[in-house]
Design a protein. Structure first.
Length: 87
């Protein structure tokens, strides 16, 4: 026999579901979870403004991953087996 639930818990205020998580809030949440906390970027945002930091957050992953992608493409072309020379 399940325990009874108090009626105040079943109030519509508590049973309302949250809206779905969209792409940008998910990206911000992922950034702050992976970086730990935003410490260190606040002074530079105050000095240069938001535009350059948003631009940096968009361009830095591309600049960071392009050499890796080129290496993986070269390794994949050089080694035809599925391990790409890693095994």
């Amino acid at each position: 026999h399940p325990p009874s639930v108090p009626p105040e818990v079943l109030h519509p205020h508590y049973t309302h579901t949250a809206p779905p998580l969209t792409l940008w809030p998910l990206a911000v949440l992922t950034f702050y979870n992976l970086s730990g906390f935003p410490s260190g970027i606040e002074p530079s945002i105050c000095a240069t403004g938001n535009f350059y930091h948003i631009l940096g957050f968009l361009l830095f992953p591309l600049v960071w991953t392009l050499p890796d992608a080129a290496i993986m493409a070269e390794m994949g072309a050089a080694f035809r087996d599925h391990s790409a020379g890693a095994a």
